[in-house]
Design a protein around this ligand. Structure first.
Ligand code: G6P
Length: 605
């Protein structure tokens, strides 16, 4: 989820690239850089932090040329630092490359390249690609063919832009799973990971599809299929987006864009490296007491994880709200305690304070976060990155489903290590994990329109109930949090079975009660809970599994989603509630991207 910009044409490349990078600043980044061909040589400038730092460097040491590539980096492999910032160069400094995405097999590729005496300067997965291109060019290939040869070796996601001092009028591009577009200008062409970078200069766009490579020169833009090398006749799309709309890829708000991005972010979350999963699994297995520690949405992911770990790996864990940890469990923490802290930002003060306390008592700290280099990554014995890219909407959406995806992989891995599941069960779950992006895509498609209508019906209600049993209790918690924080409607979430021990007294005729009821072992009891609520006059809104006639008949409003295994169900069944929160905010005239009184990252206790 970094930003890529490329320019080739008669103008000064540096200023056009800097302008494009500024347009991509909204995505968040930790370092930036550019490479321009100047007098037949590649000149590169990079810096950590804001673009102003890169600008200062350029002012001290200017670069001039008519072709170049730029990048804003959001670290995934290798901490945010100058050496890890893009562009990366080959050994001879004749090729420069920028990359978005995650290369899964980079360690194997790196070893092969090290054997061939390539010298690596960074700890990124990206750098292997530029050395692969160098290898291919050494064997006589031109830049396009060399990038194709390199791309064929990559497993993972990428958007690439590459220049070579030996072909100084050409930017080669390649795409798999990470977006990349070409902007067609007059005697000049542009490339970017996000059309926001150049929309003010041209609205004529070619979107690259997965498995396509291509190149631009000042007057040409050509695209080929990576697999066959055959040329593809691409359509030029005329976009009538404003720069503001372009940043949101045409969506009215970042939150909606991020909800729709989830098939992609879940795919990225499935690329967590095995060795980190193994390491964390090892520590979880050794713990006497295992706590899952988090705040906000990340806490809801921990509640779901406690069901996953117990059901699959037979490991009992305690999900704890970070700000309560020290008071509640502080005295019981010791050398046998393992804490898995889950924090999108890796900076939440409540989480860090609890960890600090536990660390002083010799507990083992593990982390799951979206931000490399965050405090959580520095204080954890081992950590996993969820690869979601920056999330701009304050309310977490895509980072929640990505957390769940990583946590499910952990639970499965631990189950295998402990021998708690049969091989066929492991295989089935692995297949389902792979299918999650499609299931989520389907859930978004099914839900969006009916939920939009529903938001009109519900916008004036005084409060809403969300009920679920088993792991769907975690989904109910997240549904409640999303709807409440965005619509400002007070909401209640309860385990469906517990609702009769108090909350049911609130119910009066017409009171809206949502049931999250995918088909799983709790379904029969959930039907009982539906009946209890109906008997008191509640209006029943139910999200269940396709074909569940009995539940449908007992609901006043019904939405059915695809079948999915119990432990993965929150990933799919939370989707309609993210959309409900979004549409309610819009209906009520609130800004879904910036709910009042809330911050994306809360760094005070
Ligand atoms: C804030 C945000 C929430 C987030 C919580 C925890 O309250 O508004 O969306 O879930 O912090 O953040 P973390 O970065 O630790 O996951």
């Amino acid at each position: 989820m970094c930003g890529i910009v490329g320019y080739v044409g008669p103008r000064e490349a540096t200023s056009i690239i800097m302008e494009g990078l500024k347009r991509l600043e909204y995505r968040g980044y930790d370092s930036a850089g550019l490479a321009v061909i100047q007098n037949g040589r590649i000149e590169r400038r990079r810096d950590v932090g804001k673009l102003a730092n890169l600008e200062r460097r350029l002012a001290e040491s200017p670069v001039s040329g008519h072709i170049g590539i730029g990048h804003t980096r959001w670290a995934t492999h290798g901490a945010p630092s100058m050496v890890n910032a893009h562009p990366h160069l080959d050994c001879a400094g004749r090729i420069a490359l920028v990359h978005n995405g995650v290369i899964e097999n980079f360690l194997e590729l790196k070893e092969e390249l090290l054997d061939r005496r390539h010298v690596f300067k960074s700890r990124t997965d990206t750098e292997v690609i530029v050395h692969l291109v160098e290898e291919a060019m050494k064997s006589g290939k031109d830049l396009l063919r060399a990038v194709m040869a390199a791309a064929r070796k990559l497993r993972g996601s990428y958007a690439l832009a590459v220049i070579s001092a030996d072909e100084p009028d050409k930017i080669v591009l390649a795409r798999n799973e990470s977006p990349l577009a070409i902007g067609i200008g007059d005697g000049m062409n542009f490339a970017a990971s996000d059309v926001a970078a150049f929309i003010e200069r041209t609205r004529r766009i070619i979107f690259l599809d997965n498995g396509e490579v291509g190149y631009i020169t000042p007057t040409e833009a050509r695209v080929f299929k990576l697999e066959t090398g055959m040329e593809v006749r691409k359509r030029i799309v005329e976009l009538d987006w404003t720069p503001e709309m372009a940043m949101k890829s045409g969506y009215p708000h970042f939150m909606l864009k991020e909800i729709y991005e989830q098939p992609h972010s879940i795919r990225e979350a499935l690329k967590v490296q095995e060795k980190y999963l193994d390491l964390i699994t090892e520590f979880l297995d050794r713990g006497r007491d295992v706590f899952l520690l988090a705040a906000g949405t990340s806490y809801n992911a921990c509640v779901a994880a406690s069901y996953m770990l117990s059901k699959l790996a037979r490991l009992a864990t305690t999900p704890v709200i970070a700000s309560e940890f020290t008071e509640n469990y502080g005295k019981s923490v010791g050398i046998d305690t393992v804490i898995l802290a889950v924090s999108q930002s890796g900076e939440t003060a409540d989480v860090l304070a609890a960890i600090e306390h536990a660390r002083l008592s010799a507990a083992t700290i593990l982390g799951l976060t979206n931000v490399v280099g965050s405090t959580l990554t520095r204080v954890s014995r081992a950590y996993i990155l969820q690869n979601s890219g920056p999330e701009i909407g304050v309310a977490a959406t895509k980072t929640f489903t990505a957390q769940l995806t990583v946590l499910a992989q952990l639970a499965l891995r631990l189950a295998r290590k402990r021998g708690k599941l049969a091989q066929y069960e492991i295989d089935e779950l692995k297949d389902e994990l792979e299918k999650l992006p499609e299931l989520v895509e389907e859930a978004i498609k099914i839900s969006d329109e009916p939920i939009k209508k529903l938001a009109k019906e519900l916008k004036n209600v005084g409060s809403i109930f969300f009920l679920g049993r088993g792991i769907s209790y975690a989904t109910a918690l997240e549904a409640r949090l999303k709807v409440m924080e965005l619509s400002y409607i007070p909401c209640i979430a309860y385990p469906a079975g517990e609702s009769k021990h108090g909350p049911i007294s609130v119910i009066e005729p017409g009171y809206p009660v949502f049931f999250i009821a995918p088909e799983d072992p709790t379904r029969k009891q959930v039907i009982g809970n539906v009946m209890e609520m109906k008997a008191r006059g509640a209006r029943i809104y139910c999200v269940g599994t396709e074909g569940d006639e009995e539940l449908r008949e007992n609901s006043d409003w019904w939405l059915e989603l695809p079948r999915v295994s119990e432990v993965l169900s929150p990933v799919v069944y939370v989707i309609p509630f993210q959309l409900l929160a979004y549409h309610l905010a819009v209906e009520k005239g609130y800004d879904p991207d910036k709910p009042r009184n809330l911050a994306k990252s809360v760094t005070v206790q």
